[in-house]
Structures are given as structure tokens and as C-alpha cells.
Write a new protein. Structure first.
Length: 108
């Protein structure tokens, strides 16, 4: 069983990991949007995937900002840590769904 100090340390480590990873994933989403826009312009088609990636980038940004503020608040707010964790998991799930959508919606 974990002591409260060990639990606080694990929560802080999670926030310290979510912040930079989520920030990097915003860049991944923006790269995907750019590539999809190029393909859409060449093929003269529209796709829902770039809209979903834009939403995903916003979710990753929320995870980044909330985890940052959870680390910066003098009295640690565990509620912010849980929100950051939930936003990060939701964002990764949406990104995976968008990957499947892109993969299986390609016309051959």
C-alpha cells in the first residue's frame, strides 16, 4: 500500500510526463492536418479527418495547460491532475481513432 507522500510523488511524475508529451502531440496533429490538406488540395476532396485532428490538437492543448497549472499551483490540486490525465487519455484515444479513419477511408 502506498503512503500519501508516494501517491503525491506519482501524481506529480504523471503530470510532468503529460505536459511535454501532450505539447509534442499538438505538433503531430498539426503535421497530420497539413498533410491531409495537401492531399485534399491535390485530389480536390474533403475529409473529416483534418477536423478531427484539429479537435484532437485542442484536447492535447487542454491536457498540456491543465498539467502545467497542476504543477505550478503552490497547493497541489489533485483534481487538475485527474483532469489532465483524462484529457490526455481522451486525446490519445481520438488520435488512434483518426488514424484508423484515415487508413480505412483511403480510396484505391
Amino acid at each position: 500500500m502506498q503512503t500519501p507522500e508516494q501517491r503525491n510523488q506519482l501524481d506529480e511524475q504523471t503530470c510532468r510526463m503529460i505536459c511535454p508529451i501532450s505539447a509534442a502531440m499538438v505538433g503531430v496533429c498539426l503535421t497530420g492536418i497539413g498533410l491531409l490538406r495537401v492531399v485534399a488540395a491535390v485530389e480536390r476532396t474533403a475529409t473529416l479527418a483534418d477536423d478531427l485532428l484539429a479537435l484532437d490538437a485542442i484536447l492535447f492543448l487542454v491536457a498540456t495547460l491543465v498539467s502545467y497549472f497542476a504543477l505550478r499551483v503552490p497547493k497541489r490540486l489533485h483534481r487538475l491532475e485527474r483532469i489532465a490525465d483524462a484529457a490526455f487519455i481522451a486525446s490519445m484515444t481520438l488520435l488512434t481513432a483518426v488514424c484508423f479513419f484515415i487508413t480505412y477511408s483511403v480510396q484505391t
